[in-house]
Unconditional design. Structure first.
Length: 319
């Protein structure tokens, strides 16, 4: 800072003076000329001084930032419509399962809609199959919600190590230029500057790791909360379906008495092609009756026994 600038800085420009009791209060303004000498932060120069370790840190920070931005948009879209979707589908399931299925198919672009639509699209499944469909779909949706977490984990683990590597390389370069017989004030000042510049990579790595860790924990909390939402919605939907299944089994549609094992002759066919209905009301074909064999087909050597009253006993004694 020059003499002129120092004089301007030391010159106080009194704007106003108020007296509170016996103590005056003065306001002063910083001279305009002194603001011109403030140093601006040069990001490119800091990046250059950080050493070769700054390049992998830059790539890692870009990957982490892209994952953070994408996951933030994903979770904001889920939280804006999730509660409404779940409530509408459960309310429709209490009234009509067909309308609930159509509503879940309409909201299948959301994880909650796909989760509830998976069992509803089945045609009257068993309650155990219904529950299995819910569990398998929930696992797939939770796995898709955890996308990008591996990149954040890599940034958390690698960024401090890369920063430390850059610091070590900077120290090696700084201390390598010093010889034991030539230590002077200028050389020691250069070493101090080199050590300070080598710590830039460590600070950068810590910043990348801390930011990645904050959003990693935040996204994990969102996923855990989503598991709770899936568990609650799935339990309510399964309970409604089990009640519906019990009512369906207790009140089957009974077939009419005229349709039980009643042959039906189809017009345009012979009388041998007949059909009947079982107890469940399903139609099945009746096999044709075998033809009746006439009496003339009886073997001639077969003797029909006489009636009991007229049977002649050859072994009876003569009177």
């Amino acid at each position: 800072m020059g003499v002129k600038s120092r004089d301007l800085w030391q010159r106080r420009l009194k704007l106003n003076c108020l007296s509170v009791g016996s103590h005056p209060i003065e306001w002063y303004a910083v001279p305009k000329e002194s603001k011109e000498e403030w140093k601006t932060v040069d990001v490119v120069e800091i990046f250059r001084k950080g050493g070769p370790a700054m390049w992998p840190l830059l790539a890692l920070s870009i990957l982490a930032l892209s994952v953070i931005v994408e996951r933030l948009g994903f979770w904001l879209k889920i939280f804006s419509q999730e509660r409404e979707i779940v409530e509408r589908i459960l309310d429709a399931a209490q009234q009509n399962w067909q309308s609930a299925t159509e509503l879940a198919r309409k909201f299948s672009y959301q994880p909650a809609g796909r989760f509830l639509y998976a069992p509803l699209r089945l045609s009257t499944p068993d309650p155990e199959v219904f529950r299995l469909a819910l569990e398998s779909t929930a696992e797939d949706e939770i796995a898709s919600m955890r996308q990008g977490e591996k990149i954040l984990e890599a940034a958390i683990a690698l960024a401090p190590l890369l920063g430390l590597l850059g610091t070590v390389l900077g120290l090696i370069q700084s201390l390598g230029s010093i010889t034991l017989g030539q230590i002077s004030a200028s050389s020691s000042a250069g070493v101090t500057t080199g050590i300070g510049e080598s710590l830039i990579s460590t600070a950068t790595g810590l910043i990348v790791a801390i930011v990645s860790l904050v959003f990693y924990r935040l996204f994990q909390g969102f996923a855990v909360n989503q598991i709770k939402v899936f568990r609650r919605a799935g339990s309510e939907l399964e309970l409604l379906y089990r009640q519906y299944w019990v009512n369906l089994q207790d009140s089957p549609v009974p077939p009419t008495s005229s349709s039980i094992n009643t042959p039906e002759v189809v017009s345009g066919r012979t009388s041998s092609q007949r059909f009947s209905f079982d107890l469940m009301g399903r139609k099945k074909a009746v096999p044709p009756e075998p033809p009746i064999t006439p009496q003339t087909d009886i073997d001639a050597g077969y003797n029909v026994p006489p009636p009991p009253g007229k049977r002649e006993d050859s072994a009876a004694p003569e009177v």
